[in-house]
Design a protein around this ligand. Structure first.
Ligand code: 5GP
Length: 207
């Protein structure tokens, strides 16, 4: 029997390395699909339209909101970010697991209307290390770094809304932890009701 896919919502402050963890997870597991968000942020150097993000104008983004094409959306440091709805719903229906790498506001909105999702927060080992990682990326202006760190402080206060915490100290270990979470979540009894029903229907002891 084909199970519906898992929706994994991976959050954490900018620069914590959640994108790297999610990409490594998808590279190792063919059944995992990474959602590509829509944003009004300008592309960074190596970012490719349709791969890193779908880059849109504010007008185009607002048009998507009006047409109810987004699963969730949020404003982050003066730019809009959102998850296209149609594609992820199709993937989940097909039994494919979908990863959303989004900010905390977006995750809280998803939790309201999709509580069967798995909500994971990636923590930095320390705020000093987070600052080093954002600066090391070399993609942000001084103001943007300050704003992102301020935002990180606010996001860290909301970790209670998440079921799992991964401290991203070492990439391999973080990916293995995420894989363990996925395995455990797939074994939850509430996700296996159809399978239990199927086994009971074929119960030879009652015939
Ligand atoms: P960045 O500009 O560094 O690529 O992303 C800034 C923040 O926006 C990150 O925390 C990232 O996870 C979040 N983000 C990316 N895509 C989405 C999305 O579709 N929805 C929401 N709510 N946040 C997103």
């Amino acid at each position: 029997m084909k199970r519906r896919g898992l929706l994994l919502v991976v959050c954490g402050p900018s620069g914590v390395g959640k994108g790297t963890i999610c990409k490594a997870l998808a590279d190792k597991n063919a059944e995992i699909f990474l959602s590509v968000s829509v944003t009004t942020r300008k592309p960074r150097n190596a970012e490719v339209d349709g791969v890193s993000y779908h880059f849109k104008t504010e007008e185009e983004f607002k048009e998507m909101i009006r047409h109810d094409e987004l699963f969730e959306w949020a404003v982050y440091c003066n730019n809009y970010y959102g998850t296209p709805k149609k594609y992820i719903m199709e993937m989940l229906q097909r039994g494919q697991d979908v990863v959303l790498e989004i900010d905390v506001q977006g995750a809280l909105k998803v939790k309201e209307h999709f509580s069967e999702g798995v909500f994971i927060f990636v923590l930095p080992p320390s705020m000093e290390e987070l600052k080093k990682r954002i600066e090391g990326r070399g993609t942000e202006t001084k103001e943007s770094i300050v704003e992102r760190l301020k935002r990180a402080g606010q996001e860290l206060k909301l970790t209670d809304a998440f079921q799992y915490i991964i401290v991203n100290d070492e990439l391999d270990h973080s990916v293995k932890t995420l894989e363990a979470i996925i395995i455990a979540e797939k074994c939850r009894s509430e996700r296996n009701q159809e399978i239990i029903k199927g086994v009971l229907e074929n119960d030879i002891s009652v015939h």
